[in-house]
Ligand binder design. Structure first.
Ligand code: GAP
Length: 519
């Protein structure tokens, strides 16, 4: 299966089966925004709940936080996001694509370049634009234009391959909004009316307007991390936490990404699962190694293909300004290795910055050693929505079924989710809609639901079709009530992956499913 085939199949299954929908689809969709449908919402919740159990409920020295998305704007000044959280933005002067310079295809200065367009008409228009704007006559060959060379920028347009590009400008990724009853536009309008902005150059005008809207400006958080630094002291003191300890948080983050790509891999609104682990300076290398091992074990635990995960150490020149070291956990996506989680040694940078900007003493006093220090921080920062994509890709299988399987043909699509991630844990199916079978099936569903196990009653279509439907949404267990159930009190339990069936007692069905989910 080719790269684009697999992605297309995942996107199509995600929509058809209610995992992920394009946001606002009936209005033509909103670029890069996605809605998690009934099954996607379950899958995401299950993944985030496994993370919370693993990071918080399984450890005495990690506690949780659920902070507000909009924080004091000084937070983003202190963290460096206001000044530095930006991408280099470039426009292609030929096809008008807007893209990130650092992600564009590389081309060595002076190398011969072929520009390629969707059709001959577009190539002709581009030829005319280039001749008129740059005085350059290229040779047209169908959809291609030949005769251009790469500039010393070292990259070209990712869409048409053109080296005819605008200057790079820094584009801040934070979404800006305003807080309070005063509309900042009123302040701008009043300044214009009073003539205060007359005669200013473009740059001066921008600075003046920024000053006018500043008093009400707030930002949607671009990472969940900062609240855990800002609330470090409150959490440490209210819970009497002793170093080393961690604060974990998961939830929405927002980045006005220039290039959104690969379905839910990179979107403007997404969810993160982050933990800040505060430790004594000097022990940070030990904890870095510990958390790398723990986090890799987590991702592999739920995967069918554990070899599709690897570590990648950041080179010195790609390290974030605050980090002493960073390892990415990467996954082999259909388009190649890419980031799923980053584990960074953030040193005392963030606590130091927030202490300096806020005036609060963000230190730790060790009562045994009688010493005070600013803790170092190890941060495992994972993408929850990106994790959903990883497990959708990991689960997808098209299988040949020997002997026609359940009487439904020789191939099946099966989502081999780990049972604890699977949206529906058990489907309960009456073989036929009579002879008391529906009543018994409904009773089993009720018993499962009472124990918090997401189960579904399903009586539509033949039993073979129902099995296939549940294979495709990854339901790990199907319980079938049949003719024998009424006489011996047993049902069949079918395993999604092996398709093997065995009989278990109706009375023991709930315990059986509970045991299978604990594995
Ligand atoms: N606090 C550190 C931090 O936020 P990051 O590498 O920028 O680090 C952590 O983000 C994780 O969040 C990434 O590894 C990725 O899984 C996820 N992530 C970041 N930007 C994303 C986006 N635009 N869409 C989806 N997931 C994203």
């Amino acid at each position: 299966m080719s790269t684009s085939d697999l992605m297309q199949k995942i996107v199509s299954l995600a929509k058809r089966r209610g995992f992920v929908f394009q946001s606002s689809e009936i209005y033509g969709g909103l670029k890069s925004a996605y809605d998690y449908g009934p099954l996607g919402a379950e899958l995401k919740r299950n993944l985030m709940s496994e993370w919370w159990t693993d990071m918080v409920h399984s450890r005495e020295n990690v506690v949780g936080l659920d902070a507000s998305i909009v924080m004091h704007p000084r937070v983003w000044e202190a963290s460096g996001h206001l000044a530095g959280f930006s991408d280099p933005l470039v426009d292609c002067k030929v096809c008008k694509e807007r893209f990130r310079a650092d992600k564009a295809p590389r081309a060595e200065a002076g190398a011969a370049i072929t520009l390629t367009f969707a059709d001959k008409g577009q190539a002709k228009t581009a030829e005319e634009v280039i001749e008129k704007q740059f005085g350059l006559k290229l040779t047209r060959d169908g959809r291609d234009l030949k005769g251009a060379t790469a500039s010393d920028r070292g990259y070209v347009c990712p869409v048409c391959g053109s080296p005819f590009l605008s200057d790079e400008r820094q584009f801040n990724l934070m979404f800006k909004s305003s807080i309070g009853p005063v509309d900042p536009m009123s302040a701008v309008a009043a300044a214009i009316e009073a003539g205060q902005l007359n005669g200013l150059s473009g740059r001066e005008l921008r600075t003046a307007i920024e000053e006018l809207v500043k008093p009400t400006a707030v930002y949607l958080r671009p990472e969940t991390a900062q609240a855990m630094f800002v609330q470090y002291l409150n959490v440490q003191q209210s819970m009497s936490m002793k170093i080393p300890f961690g604060i974990a948080q998961m939830g929405k983050s927002f980045r006005n990404e220039i290039s959104v790509e690969h379905f839910i891999f990179r979107s403007c609104e997404f969810e993160q699962m982050e933990m800040e682990f505060f430790c004594e300076p000097g022990t940070d290398d030990h904890w870095m190694a510990y958390w790398c091992e723990q986090r890799m074990a987590f991702w592999k635990r739920y995967a069918n293909s554990p070899d599709a995960f690897r570590f990648r150490a950041h080179e010195k020149d790609e390290l974030a300004h605050y980090a002493k070291g960073c390892f990415d956990i990467e996954y082999m996506y259909p388009w190649g290795w890419g980031e799923l989680e980053g584990i960074a040694n953030r040193t005392d940078y963030d606590l130091g910055k927030h202490a300096a900007y806020s005036g609060a003493k963000l230190e730790y006093f060790d009562p045994q050693e009688k010493k005070r220090f600013v803790p170092y921080v190890i941060e495992p920062a994972a993408g929850a929505t990106r994790g959903v994509l990883v497990y959708l890709l990991d689960a997808y299988r098209e299988e040949e079924v020997a002997g026609g399987g359940d009487g439904e043909g020789n191939t099946r699509v099966v989502m081999r989710f780990h049972p604890r991630l699977a949206p529906i844990k058990a489907a309960v199916l009456p073989l036929v809609k009579k002879e008391g079978m529906p009543e018994i099936a409904r009773r089993i569903v009720e018993d499962l639901l009472k124990r918090g196990i997401n189960a579904k009653y399903d009586e539509q279509h033949t039993i073979g079709k129902r099995y296939r439907r549940h294979d495709e949404i990854g339901t790990p267990f199907c319980l079938t009530v049949d003719g024998e159930t009424g006489t011996d009190g047993t049902v069949t339990i079918r395993d999604r992956d092996t398709m093997q069936q065995r009989r278990i007692s109706v009375d023991g069905a709930v315990q059986e499913i509970e045991a299978l989910l604990r594995r």
